[in-house]
Write a protein that binds this ligand. Structure first.
Ligand code: MLT
Length: 410
């Protein structure tokens, strides 16, 4: 008899964005005359920038020649891309070596796969609300314990509430934790931490021999000075942090797939016997065994994002989305909503009015004004009563969606 991995049975419902897609598809099927505007999942709408397209075309042609053809590439990524990333980090004063960078097919996969190299009995801390991948992958790998329906929480996970009361800054856990997930600019709340705020976490990780798993997939959307783009800008981070980054939201690669994880050689874990083990080495071993690398064509496209032309084009894309974020934030505020985020992030986090639950608001918004967003409670119990809209739609749809909300007699 084939036995299953019972840890999967601890998962709650389906993956958040699949649940939403199912609900929206159902509504669409029964309301074919309605124009639904989707500001739910953070999927980009701007086409791939010309610099990347040119690089891709060139790489495709190369692959069709005996001289230029490439078979398996290095599992960790081609040197040309890893070097370009090293140079990019230099611009913010962060020095890395190219073998501290691993190219992958997405930050979602990296955030999910990283759990492979950590022991099952590590204590995990996540912010609440949180990007569901951090939690679900720890459930799947047996670190969560049982789900407490009343609390809406797993018994072995430490939830760090982020809300209006603490200005969306997670407080240090009362108990000792080993793996700490931080994502800033934050998904879903769109809020940020300062260098000083992050330093507190680095000091905690040092004191407790913990690791910080830092998701900076949205760093390119930071508009304000003094907001760190990378955790490695903060002293000591290279001893205790792993960073995840992505080309998805900057260069329009959600369909193309390319990202990277940075594991400094100075960041270590421990065996049961207290032996020091390099996490970079473990991840490299895992990568070589389970992954054959991202395609040459895609890596050439990713490399092009770092050229002068590529940078200029990407900045234009980001400015486009951040203009949408402004439209959403301003429009919602004019309509009387309490709004967070949207300044250093493509996500706008709003307080649901009239004491509705997040899902009640989702249903009403879909049915009454045909706009799709993401219910805050889908990101964790502390997200209840909040709602997320993304700035990744087209400008026309964003304006129309906000007009509908402003004219809505909720
Ligand atoms: C989101 O909407 O939170 C993101 O698009 C999810 C992702 O990047 O996987």
């Amino acid at each position: 008899m084939i036995k299953i991995n019972e840890d999967f049975l601890e998962l709650q419902d389906s993956y958040l964005f699949s649940t939403i897609a199912k609900k929206v598809n159902e509504y669409t099927k029964n309301n074919l005359d309605k124009k639904i505007i989707k500001l739910g999942i953070g999927d980009v709408t701007r086409p791939i920038v010309p610099a990347c397209l040119d690089a891709m075309h060139k790489a495709v042609d190369e692959m069709g020649t005996s001289k230029g053809f490439k078979g398996y590439g290095p599992e960790q990524g081609y040197e040309f891309l890893r070097n370009a990333i090293v140079e990019d980090y230099k611009k913010i004063g962060v020095t890395l070596e190219n073998d501290e960078i691993f190219i992958s097919d997405g930050a979602k996969c990296d955030c999910g796969n990283i759990v492979d190299i950590f022991a099952k009995d590590n204590k995990v801390a996540i912010t609440d609300p949180v990007y569901p991948v951090y939690l679900d992958t720890n459930v799947m790998s047996g670190r969560s314990g049982k789900f407490n329906k009343e609390k809406g929480q797993y018994e072995n996970i430490v939830y760090l509430a982020v809300n209006e009361e603490n200005n969306f800054k997670p407080e240090l856990p009362k108990e000792k934790v080993d793996m700490i997930y931080l994502c800033f600019p934050n998904n879903p709340t769109g809020t940020v931490l300062s260098k000083e705020d992050l330093k507190v976490w680095i000091d905690y990780a040092k004191e407790n021999n913990s690791i910080i798993l830092y998701d900076s997939a949205y760093e390119a959307f930071i508009t304000e000075e003094n907001v760190p783009h990378s955790i490695f800008e903060i002293e000591g981070a290279k001893d205790v942090a792993i960073e995840f980054r992505s080309f998805s939201k900057t260069a329009g690669f959600t369909g193309v797939r390319c990202a990277y994880v940075v594991i400094p050689k100075t960041v270590n874990g421990y065996s049961k016997n207290g032996e020091i083990v390099s996490l970079n080495k473990l991840w490299n071993r895992r990568t070589c065994t389970k992954f054959n690398g991202v395609s040459y064509i895609v890596q050439r496209a990713a490399e092009a994002t770092f050229t002068e032309e590529g940078q200029k084009q990407i900045k234009e894309n980001i400015a486009y989305y951040m203009e949408n974020a402004k439209i959403i934030k301003k429009g919602l505020e004019e309509a009387g909503y309490k709004v967070f985020g949207g300044v250093n992030s493509p996500y706008v986090w709003l307080k649901v009015p009239k004491n509705l639950t997040s899902w009640e608001f989702f249903d009403k918004l879909l049915e009454e004004v045909n706009v799709v967003g993401t219910p805050g409670s889908g990101f964790g119990p502390s997200g209840e009563g909040y709602f997320r809209l993304t700035a990744f739609g087209t400008k026309e749809n964003t304006i129309q969606a906000i007009e509908r909300i402003k004219n809505w007699n909720i």
